[in-house]
Write a protein that binds this ligand. Structure first.
Ligand code: GCW
Length: 718
């Protein structure tokens, strides 16, 4: 009897071990599931049976551990660690400086080709041996090369004759966390902050390491761990110890920690009576504070600052300029190699005629006056992370100052974490925009990577969508946006198609037909969201405060926080006149863009109402009236959202059950909310156009009063 029970238990244990692990999303794109294709497995063992990853530094040790763990998990192989190439296949990784073997195998590589972070992966035969080399001038480069190789294996791509040379386009590839010290996350929709400030520095949650690892795997090399609406407390010794503990976890993954600096800190925690950046005591306070930080965190990255914007303190409180403020902080971090990222998202308390113009007006006159270690961090568009904006006119307009773009990975204006909106197309649209700053072909990406104006300091920031939910981002597809940000910060020229394909293969499936179907959904999803939220250049018409859901009727409060300020609908027409006869914002763009945007006939229709106030009867390229076109766009958005759900339902049983169920529910919410957006916006705008809905546009489910009367409590993210 006892034996029988033991046997049964053993069988049960075996059965559960071999059952497919339901995918709760925690492992992100680093699932490293066992590869089933036998030919591929044989190839792996031919190439990588022996491993020689040398080097004593913590980053190289990480590269070593990651490769072996990843390979063993994907192939089941037991690798042998060797001191010289052996057997059929050996992988050799290291820096040119620390591994004489690497240097001799790649003796043709000129210094500077990889830099500290780039890498070369080459595979070739040496006699009867297969050799794969992963090499860089810097240890981080080796780590990134190892993650690249793991990505190749994970997506079961060919392993022979690899000749890969990669070098990141930007130096600072950073996540920005809008995480507060009380554990909430501003515009965060994936649960509480991942930083447990209460338990730090003594308790190191395993998530911190997994976070660092995920970031390193896509080339992110820094993280600003606190909200730009900053709390001075984080600069106190008590909190700096906590920050230092986090920095320690990040270090082996090549990730530096940065903090947001509240400009009034000298007053709030320093006992001074002023925070005037030209005051000697203030200057000295920051110098000492910075020295204290570097004692605790020798590789501290620097500060990100939001000043004189939305109520944050700043140098203008003392009659000083943004440059005075930035340069003072930059002076404090300069001796330690730190940087200051000063945000251009500024607008003051005097409501401007056109908020879209303000950053340009304030910053262009300061061009060339910032210290070398200052970057100006500019949102991708001139208003605020809308589903579609033109690129920010500052790009190209500050040749003497490094600019780094800030993208929003968290979906503040794109359905929070509930809507599937793949953001690579949005990011790429900005990066590929031609600024014409130095003639045609002066793309935003060329500003950012420094080639256009010769910036030596370059970077890209993404406002994180990460929280403490098990799957990190709330929506499984939110992970794809984190992934896309990292990949584009590394290489802004990567296509959204390629990024989607990599992500799907590592996260969901290798089945080519399903991959194609899911990619189709992802790649169209941004346009779908634009259609059901803000088609034809509409913007900022979402609900007040939480920004979730439609609110085109919002008209109370500070004018440039209302919707009516932006859409300006009236019985004649709709749209914000930013032409030369209007606010003149078009003139902030270089010729010929200014004229292209200025004329409704040449202005791209997807930005039409951004730049023009046009009559409801305005004839569009399709031959329809503006009103009809707008209605049809809204309907298209709803139809596509419904198609996504239908398509996803066809995947039942073909992909992981937990992924399937999770996304199915999210898509069903999205389809419902897409209709809500359409119905609310169209019933509202119809009160101005007084025109009927054209054929093919479904009647709204409710009347305008119903939509206006909806109230929501405790929407996350504020
Ligand atoms: O988009 C707005 C957000 C604020 C945010 C601000 C900013 C952190 O609604 O929540 O504050 O932009 O970027 O500073």
């Amino acid at each position: 009897m006892k034996q029988k029970i033991l046997l049964l238990l053993a069988i049960l244990a075996l059965a559960s071990a071999s059952a497919v692990q339901a995918d709760d999303g925690y492992r992100l794109w680093l699932k490293h599931d066992r590869i089933t294709d036998r030919t591929y497995l044989r190839e792996c063992s031919r190439q990588f049976g022996n491993v020689m990853i040398t080097g004593e530094s913590s980053v190289l040790r990480t590269a070593h551990d990651e490769f072996i763990a990843g390979l063993e998990s994907m192939t089941g192989m037991e690798v042998t660690e060797v001191r010289a190439p052996e057997g059929r296949g050996t992988i050799i990784a290291g820096t040119f400086g620390s591994s004489p073997l690497v240097a001799s195998l790649l003796s043709d590589v000129q210094p500077g080709i990889t830099g500290e972070e780039g890498y070369i992966i080459r595979s070739f035969r040496q006699g009867r041996r297969n050799i794969t080399v992963v090499a860089s001038e810097g240890e981080r480069g080796v780590l990134y090369g190892i993650f690249h190789l793991l990505r190749i294996i994970e997506s079961e791509s060919p392993l022979d004759n690899l000749t890969i040379t990669e070098k990141p386009a930007t130096k600072l590839r950073l996540l920005n966390h809008w995480d507060n010290l009380d554990g909430t996350v501003e515009r965060g929709y994936a649960g509480a902050s991942i930083w447990n400030w209460h338990l730090l520095p003594d308790y190191i949650h395993p998530r911190y390491r997994d976070y660092a690892r995920a970031n390193a795997s896509i080339g992110i090399n820094g993280t600003v761990i606190t909200n730009v609406n900053a709390n001075a407390l984080v600069l106190t010794y008590q909190y700096l110890l906590k920050v230092a503990a986090l920095a320690e976890v990040m270090r082996p993954y090549g990730i530096k920690v940065y903090l947001t600096a509240r400009f009034s800190s000298p007053r709030e925690i320093g006992g001074l009576t002023t925070a005037d950046p030209l005051d000697p005591e203030v200057i000295n306070w920051w110098k000492e504070k910075v020295a204290e930080i570097y004692t605790l965190i020798p590789d501290f990255g620097g500060f990100l600052v939001k000043a004189n914007s939305e109520g944050q303190p700043g140098p203008q409180n003392y009659g000083r300029s943004h440059a005075d403020g930035a340069n003072m902080l930059a002076g404090a971090v300069a001796p330690f190699g730190g940087v200051v990222m000063w945000r251009a998202f500024v607008y003051d308390n005097n409501v401007p005629v056109d908020r879209a113009k303000q950053a340009y007006n304030e910053f262009v006159p300061l061009d060339g006056t910032f210290r070398d270690n200052v970057l100006i961090q500019v949102k991708n568009g001139p208003v605020d992370f809308q589903p579609r904006e033109p690129f920010h006119p500052l790009f190209g307009a500050m040749p003497g100052t490094p600019l780094m773009p800030e993208f929003q990975v968290t979906q503040e204006y794109l359905g929070c974490a509930t809507h599937l909106v793949f953001l690579a197309p949005l990011f790429s649209e900005t990066l590929a925009s031609d600024t014409y700053a130095a003639g045609p072909g002066s793309k935003v990406s060329g500003v950012i990577d420094g080639t256009l104006h010769g910036y030596t300091l370059t970077g890209m920031a993404g406002v994180s969508n990460i929280g403490s939910e098990r799957n990190w981002t709330g929506h499984l597809f939110g992970q794809a946006n984190w992934y896309a940000f990292g990949r584009l910060a590394w290489n802004p020229a990567l296509s959204p198609e390629q990024i989607a394909s990599e992500w799907i293969r590592m996260t969901i499936t290798h089945d080519p037909a399903i991959e194609e179907g899911i990619a189709g959904m992802m790649l169209s999803s941004r346009e779908t969201a634009v259609n059901y939220m803000t088609p034809l250049g509409l913007h900022h018409i979402m609900a007040e405060g939480h920004h979730w859901g439609p609110g085109p009727w919002v008209e109370r409060g500070r004018p440039d926080w209302t919707s009516v300020y932006y859409h300006k609908a009236d019985t004649v027409g709709i749209g914000f006149d930013r032409t030369k006869n209007g606010s003149g914002a078009v003139s902030q763009y270089f010729p010929p863009l200014d004229s292209i945007f200025n004329d409704p006939r040449s202005c791209p229709e997807n930005l039409l109402l951004w730049f023009h106030h046009l009559p409801w009867y305005h004839v569009m390229k399709s031959g329809r009236t503006l009103w009809d076109e707008m209605c049809i766009k809204y309907q298209e958005g709803v139809d596509s959202a419904e198609d996504y759900l239908t398509y996803w339902e066809s995947l039942e049983g073909k992909i992981d059950g937990e992924q399937f169920g999770h996304v199915r529910q999210m898509l069903s919410i999205q389809a419902k909310e897409a209709r809500w957006w359409k119905d609310a916006c169209l019933t509202y705008f119809q009160t101005f156009s007084r025109m009927p809905f054209p054929d093919g546009v479904e009647q709204p489910l409710h009347n305008l009063e119903y939509y206006r009367g909806l109230r929501f409590h405790y929407v996350p993210g504020i």
